[in-house]
Design a protein around this ligand. Sequence first.
Ligand code: GRF
Length: 233
Amino acid sequence: MATSSSNESGPTLPRQRMSRARLAVVISGAGSNMLAIDDACRRGDLHADVVCVISNRADAAGLTHAAARGIPTSLVTPINGESRESYDERLASVIHAANADWIVLAGYMRILSSHFVGEFTGRLLNIHPSLLPAHKGLHTHRRAIEARDAQHGATVHFVTAELDGGPRILRGVLTLRPSDDEESLQRRVQRIEHAIYPEALELLARGRLRQTDAGAELDGQPLVEPLERHFDF
Ligand code: GRF
């Protein structure tokens, strides 16, 4: 088990500890992934706590849902004309103030500056609604249908400067049905996301998973291909 607080080959990691991992969840919208993660924490399936929910958008419903659960929330609204770096500095201060171990992007719709990514490398996670490396970027469900993909799904990955290109951790896979359209796929994939994001975070919280210079490592072994779960939702 990788338990050190730092290592020679990879980025500095939060010290693995017996106490629960502290998650800062960063959102822009409904926050259903954030809620699924918080549910897993409360159930005891995920040994972590959502210590803050941060949004760049005041109208993100996830902020209201988090507040209703008593989770501290922060709104970091972009200022007109502000540089990406300046915005990301303000975002980073909120994360530091929350003393978060892991930064969990969950439907966060802004591109991060390379400085921010560099500062949090190894502690920064995202979920993307496709089987990466397929369909990076937007409109993934439509593109999976148009490409006549046999399978589709979602991927949890570490975040690097390459958009949707960081080391993959866990993929949730479904088989496309002839009846699927963009909306049905979106619903099906979201259910998968709600299962795989807490599972991936639990690997981190337990100190089993880490990002290295070469990619990702699980239980001390290189994670050459992401873990895979198949769903019949
Ligand atoms: C998710 O489908 C995620 O994959 C994508 O944005 C969506 C966020 O949904 N990046 P929610 O805000 O967690 O409900």
